[in-house]
Design a protein around this ligand. Structure first.
Ligand code: F6P
Length: 378
């Protein structure tokens, strides 16, 4: 019998975190279950910091609110955690402290709201004896086993609106307007917003691009009298025989992302200007995609995911991820979600072993883009 549960939000913020939290809290309350929220994701689990969540006060009025009322942590791999002691940096497996904290507080289930790294840690905790239920989050839409993550639709909507606005300048000034969107390993945001925003070229990490081919597509437009172009570039896009553009590097150990991407859009804009003779400008959308109020789609999806997660807990179905498959809510074992990334503590997304959901060439979005003549850089 589930009587007391806790939620943690982990990884980069997305619009919809709070809507999931609200749905879990409300479903819990309807079933006489007490609900708590760890502060700052896995860090809260480690420090044993949490608050009581109630639809009357702490979790009231949050459906439309961006961010997460219980915070979220990035780069918190508690299985290989960066510890500084007298200036000496060490990496330690502190997961047992977390397990003991959960047991001490008597939480019957932990809901892990997050992307592939978060769900990998969730699976590792399930092997250490905790009851966990994951809810798939990321604006990148790259969590395995589900058709969609919460936060993604809002990001696509923001990117689409940006493209609509950039179109005006492109058309008025005969320019190439490049929009760099997020998408570290997966190009879903670029692809979907690009189609929605009428892009002429979309460059994604899954298809290493040929800049000459991309320029050719724009020159062909010029030949029919279209002296402007809209190009969407995922931050993780890179040229054939080239590398991703890196803005910053840090050392937070293995199992977390140590590289901040940036510059892919600028590079494409400069090269296209040289090759086509059209003035090019790049806009980096950045964190605009992750913040602010969720779209109605994300509000509903997040509510469905949260309510389903609590329903699963009430049924005693643990160590699973709530998913949406072919329009239906379902769940899948966390073991399946991590795929071949089996080693406990090795959580970084986008590595060879990790199981992120990338755009495939068979996807309807790719086929649609090709059918209507959008250049995918190849
Ligand atoms: O994982 C989602 C994401 O939006 C990536 O596309 C992006 O590279 C990353 O977050 C940036 O996160 P931060 O700057 O917060 O580390």
């Amino acid at each position: 019998m589930v009587k007391k549960v806790a939620i943690l939000a982990n990884g980069g913020d997305v619009s919809g975190f709070n809507a999931v939290i609200r749905a879990i809290v409300k479903t819990a309350e309807h079933n006489g279950v007490e609900c708590y929220g760890y502060i700052d994701g896995y860090r809260g689990l480690l420090k044993n910091e949490f608050i009581k969540l109630s639809s009357r006060d702490t979790a009231s009025g949050i459906l439309t609110k961006g961010g997460s009322i219980i915070g979220s942590s990035t780069n918190a791999n508690v299985f290989n955690y960066k510890v500084e002691d007298n200036g000496k940096i060490e990496y330690k497996d502190l997961s047992e402290i977390c397990v003991q904290n959960v047991k001490k507080e008597g939480f019957d289930c932990i809901f892990t709201l997050g992307g592939d790294s978060t769900q990998k840690s969730a699976r590792d905790f399930s092997l250490r004896g905790l009851n966990v239920i994951g809810v798939p989050k990321t604006i990148d839409n790259d969590v395995a086993c589900t058709d969609i993550t919460f936060g993604y639709n809002t990001a696509v909507t923001v990117a689409t609106e940006a493209l609509d606005r950039l179109h005006t300048t492109a058309e008025t000034h005969d320019r190439i307007m490049v929009l760099e969107v997020m998408g570290r390993y997966a190009g879903w945001i670029a692809l979907e917003s690009g189609i929605a925003g009428g892009a002429d070229a979309i460059l994604i990490p899954e298809i290493p691009y040929d800049i000459k081919k991309t320029a050719e597509a724009i020159i062909n437009r010029k030949k029919i009298g279209k002296n402007f172009a809209i190009v969407v570039v995922a931050e993780g896009a890179f040229p054939k025989n080239g590398d991703v553009e890196i803005k910053n590097e840090r050392d937070n150990g293995v199992g977390v992302i140590n590289v901040q991407l940036g510059g892919a859009g600028d590079k494409v804009a400069k090269e296209l200007e040289q090759l086509t003779g059209l003035t090019s400008r790049c806009t980096v959308l950045g964190y605009m995609q992750r913040g602010g109020t969720p779209t109605s789609f994300d509000r509903v999806l997040s509510t469905k995911y949260g309510a389903k997660a609590m329903e699963l807990a009430l049924e005693g179905k643990f160590n699973v991820l709530t998913i949406l498959k072919n329009g239906k809510l379902d769940s899948v074992s966390l073991e399946k979600v991590v795929g071949d990334n089996k080693e406990i503590g090795a959580v970084q997304g986008g590595t060879e072993e990790s199981n992120v959901r990338l755009v495939t060439m068979e996807d309807d979005l790719v086929k649609t883009a090709k059918n209507i003549g959008i250049c995918l850089g190849n």
